[in-house]
Ligand binder design. Sequence first.
Ligand code: MN
Length: 334
Amino acid sequence: MDKNFADIHKLIVENRKIVLTTHLLPDGDAIGSELALYYYLTQKGKEAYVINHNESPEHLVFLDEDGIIRRYRDDKEENDRIISEADLIFVVDTNEYARLRSMEDAIRASKAKKVCIDHHLGLDTNGFDAYITDTDAPATSEILYDFICSDSPDYIDRKTADNLYAGIMTDTGSFRYPRTTEKTFLICADLIKRGTDPVLVYDRIYNNIPQDKVKLLARFIDSLSFHYKRTLVVGTVTIKDFRDFHSDVKDVEGFSSFLMTMKHIKAGFLIVELPDSCKISFRSKGEIKINEFAKKYGGGGHKNAAGATVEHTDVLELKDRLVRDFETFISGKK
Ligand SMILES: [Mn+2]
């Protein structure tokens, strides 16, 4: 057995009261990992708690069929007590304490041993008493499958299987992203054998978009303008759009990546008007370092995905300015 696995199994054997948590705005892998680990730990006779900064997004609530997950601020006093009395804390699907947001101080202050299980880059090994980190893994849930099986696969009941499957399916973009391997499919085959219905899990997570969000998307698509020999696309969402479709900023999730699904597009900008600012998402393909461009607007990020928040201004004026500046930026690069 992997030495890190053995160390963590030992910590579980030696401790009883265990808290699980994950990053802010939890996704399918975050919630799937927490709940799978929760079911494993309770089968081992442990007293386990799952406490998160945010509540679970609506399309993932079905994963928590026993109502296990607590939101930290709903009963801060009680949750602080649980965290301070814990013997062991698992942080899953992130390796940064700052991403625990409102829970960071309480988790850091707890005397509990801290364990990280994650697949992101940049683990600070000094920050945790033990860790399993595998940046080749497409999902934390895939690591947890191996971890639980290294004890016994019999612990993977239908509920655990559903959570692991949901974590893997969402973090691989339904088995499309580069870290998806033969092993990923073999694990998922086993999870299906253990009771997961892949059609049902997909249906609950993806065929579940609120109709107002689809109408907001339609308005957004209608706003698209094409520039620079149709390689640049810009879309906008205004306060009026949000009002018309009873939506808010969380409903634009996925809009900026949608821009990049179009043929011939090399860069895309999404401008979102908020009450006191405008948020810009920048996306690019290949060698266009869009984070350098975002810097001109006081933002930053990665080579192909960046963001900025600017003072509130007329959205169409901002769009014109972005298009002009981008042409200068691109021609200056050549
Ligand atoms: Mn993940």
